[in-house]
Design a protein around this ligand. Structure first.
Ligand code: PLP
Length: 409
């Protein structure tokens, strides 16, 4: 495993148009050609370094793609207007009508809905399986299967995929392993472990400022170019192009990703350990009690830790909602979906980001209605955060039932 993919990121250096330390932002949708022949050749995909039209590519988008490829250790990367733009492009590129996907059953609700509902229109079927059960994954593969799809660390249950084993399986059947690495940038080097295509929602940790949506596909030159093909490329033809100004601002934010990931992981591990000591049903891959702990440990770049996400089951949706409102009042963070922000974000996935998954299936996969997903922020004083969180839980009787009674009276 290459523990130092981030060194490639560190080595990136830019010289803007006028010698600026940031590359100039490409403020054009279209580009001129001095010769008509070069324009034709560019359409045919034969002229490297020539820009044609921004939906195809732009200098700013290429700079961001270069940084993402350096981070994942892939040949190249394309950027998109959202994580779903990246996911839908990859799937549409790899699958035709009548094909089949084997996917982890615990994935982001939007991806689940895309596979289960939208792809049905194209007669593309998906088998949702327990991705940690390799036998179940293999048994689901049919002649029509065109990919194995999973999240390195799943949303919201934090299941950990064993990428090396899954990639061996994918190789055995001659199909790609597509891994969404949104929850674990830098900490799990998905491509190095054998993923053929790595997807990110840049909206989350990579941008880190909750001010835009964006996505990326990291992979081989051949695959990323196929997505941009003017005749058949799903990225090019479905049109989820990232705006150049946004690509430039994400690139700037990405420069602090390594520092932020360490702090997110440090804070999440601290809180998870405290909650566990308090006897609360906390799930965090950094805890030895987590079913995916060993799998994460075996795949990780240790310096970045186990990530910023943890879940806590507080028993009922009512408890979850009251606790989240109280924590927001106490300035501990925001009752909001999404993740990777400097403040802690909390939501109950069963009734929000995973609500696309039918209740019976949520129950089967262990997603209780009282489950709160926390994206732990960059708090400088995490001990104080814990004390205030504990106070909130005591007030609601989640830590001490007697206190709840007193509050009600
Ligand atoms: N992948 C994961 C794991 C996510 O959590 C999300 C969004 O929450 C997405 C993909 C979709 O990304 P976006 O909202 O940028 O389209």
């Amino acid at each position: 495993m290459n523990h130092k993919a981030s060194n490639k990121l560190q080595d990136l250096q830019y010289f803007g148009e006028y010698g600026g330390v940031n590359p100039s932002i490409s403020d054009s949708s279209t580009y001129t050609f001095l010769s008509a022949k070069t324009m034709f050749d560019t359409f045919e995909g034969n002229t490297e370094g020539c820009y044609l039209y921004t939906r195809h590519s732009s200098p700013s988008n290429l700079y961001l793609g270069e940084a993402l490829a350096a981070m994942e250790g892939t040949e190249t990367a394309n950027v998109y207007a959202s994580g779903m733009g990246a996911i839908s492009s990859v799937i549409m590129q790899l699958c035709n009508t009548g094909d089949h996907i084997v996917s982890s059953r615990t994935i982001y609700g939007g991806t689940y809905a895309f596979m289960k509902n939208f792809l049905r229109k194209l007669s593309i079927g998906t088998s949702f399986v327990d991705i940690t059960n390799l036998q179940a994954v293999e048994e689901a593969i049919t002649e029509k299967t065109k990919m194995i799809y999973c999240e390195a660390v799943s949303n919201p249950l934090l299941e950990v995929a064993v990428i090396k084993e899954l990639s061996k399986l994918a190789e055995k059947y001659g199909i790609p392993l597509v891994v969404d690495n949104t929850f674990s940038p830098l900490s799990i080097p998905a491509a190095q472990l054998g993923a053929s295509v790595v997807i990110h929602s840049l909206t989350k940790f990579i941008n880190g400022t909750s001010d835009c949506v964006a996505g990326a596909v990291c992979g081989t030159k051949e695959f990323c170019l196929s997505l941009k093909d003017v005749n058949n490329g799903a990225g090019m033809l479905l049109g989820s192009t990232l705006d150049s100004f946004r690509a430039a601002s994400i690139l700037k934010n990405m420069r602090t990703l390594h520092i932020r990931m360490k702090q997110h992981s440090h804070n999440a591990l601290y809180l998870a350990r405290q909650f566990e000591k308090d006897g609360l049903p906390v799930a965090y891959p950094g805890l030895a009690s987590h079913p995916g702990h060993i799998a994460f440990k075996n795949q990780m770049n240790p310096e970045y830790g186990f990530g910023g996400l943890l879940t806590l089951d507080v028993g009922s949706l009512e408890n979850a909602n009251t606790l989240m409102e109280l924590m927001q009042d106490r300035k501990l963070g925001y009752l909001a979906v999404s993740l990777g922000f400097y403040k802690t974000l909390f939501s109950a996935p069963g009734s929000s980001t995973s609500s696309e998954i039918p209740i019976e299936e949520q129950e089967k996969m262990g997603l209780g209605s009282g489950l709160i997903r926390f994206s732990i922020g960059l708090d400088n004083d995490i001990e104080r955060t814990y004390e205030v969180m504990k106070e909130c839980m005591q007030l609601l009787g989640i830590l001490n039932p007697k206190a709840k009674k007193a509050l009600q009276e």
